[in-house]
Design a binder for this molecule. Sequence first.
Ligand code: NAG
Ligand code: NAG
Ligand code: NAG
Ligand code: ZN
Length: 428
Amino acid sequence: MSLNSFLVALTIVALAQGASLGQDERVRYDNYSVYKVRFETQEQRNLLRKLAEGRENFRIWYEANDELHLMITPGALSDFNSEIHRTNISAKMFISNVQELIDSEEDANLRASRDGSFGWKKYNTLDEIYAWLDEILANYPAVTESFALGQSYEGRTIRGIKISYKSNNPGVFIESNIHANEWITSATATWLINEFLTSTDELVRNLAESHDWYIVPVLNVDGFVYAHEKNRMWRKTRQPSNISSCIGVDPNRNYDSRWMENEGASSDPCSEFYGGPHPFSEPEIQAMADFVGSIKDKINVLLAFHSYSQLLLSPYGHTNEEFPPNYDDLMAVAKAYGDAVERLPYGTVYRYGSVAEILYFATGATNDWAYEQGVEIAYTIEFRDTGRYGFILPPVQIIPNAEEALIGITALLDKCEELGYLKPKNTQ
Ligand SMILES: *[C@@H]1O[C@H](CO)[C@@H](O)[C@H](O)[C@H]1NC(C)=O
Ligand SMILES: *[C@@H]1O[C@H](CO)[C@@H](O)[C@H](O)[C@H]1NC(C)=O
Ligand SMILES: *[C@@H]1O[C@H](CO)[C@@H](O)[C@H](O)[C@H]1NC(C)=O
Ligand SMILES: [Zn+2]
């Protein structure tokens, strides 16, 4: 079967299936599987990308320069298998039923909710996170400050917390949950906030008190609420398009930084990587840019939390032929993070490099935009895991992942200090 007739056949399968909404109108993923597909030639890569454009049946979970993770509907599976067999592409299933993972995550959330407390044995909702933030702000008024980036498309407030123990500290900005389905990111960000305020460990005290922290636990608030209530796998924002019935933009392709260059984002509103009708079309991203822009002289380091794949990704996203002037330092700083994490008993391995080197061309992302604003240390950090659970990382892994982030960030900032990146910036 040619690729085109294969795609036509798949479309028919998908239309016959219709949308699979459960009784409570949540999108269900019964028997959806996820495959790791390795490719060697550009031809194979193109074929897989073309395949993934059949969005009724395929979703890209992860893409790198040698590997793709594809979620596949049960109806498309046998055709998928014969197609990759025909083209000699090696594929390995790592999730046999996505709904099963969602169900066990939900069970764990429910069990942990019975004692009614906010915590890190479960994934908290936006309401729970905001109620907890209010508690934290009330309990630590001398060293915390609430801030708001602005309003989301659906009118929610995008909140953040500043933690500052003394003046003239270097600034670290943490952006989290820009992608709605990456729940480990806000779980980790809130755990870090808690540690910075409550830990008595000397290492943590020193880390917390010698930096000013600006932490936004959930940037894509609309998408996050939608992922909790309707569709666990939702990634984008929730603003409708006026050229398509598909909703939302990939907010991490929406910054005014090389926007849409080199196919670094999709112009198709139905794509998971849609860059939007224009840069900053998403109010959440405009708000983030306005806020960070207004304090950029105080920000030495920006970390954007993502999942999954255990990577530190530095600028640039638009080219792998040109590198930032301080590329060597960026690599040294990333290595410090990776080495520190790997030394922990979990032995988790992080890889690092520029976005375009390790993954693919991606433009309009937070780290590139921040770098252009003069934040010379700007990373995307992709947390656990490498694909066993993907986005649906079991809640028992929240604290181990957060501990790794804490140790990694400590080592990263030590290296930044050593290389001279934590000096006050507004000196010129
Ligand atoms: C999932 O697959 C199993 C085994 O093939 C089958 O028994 C079950 O009915 C399927 N579930 C749904 C919802 O299609
Ligand atoms: C597929 O792989 C086999 C064995 O490795 C090889 O003989 C064959 O030529 C390959 N086919 C294609 C289409 O690459
Ligand atoms: C959407 O509609 C508005 C109002 O008509 C228009 O200004 C805007 O350019 C449109 N956007 C796109 C992407 O077509
Ligand atoms: Zn992400």
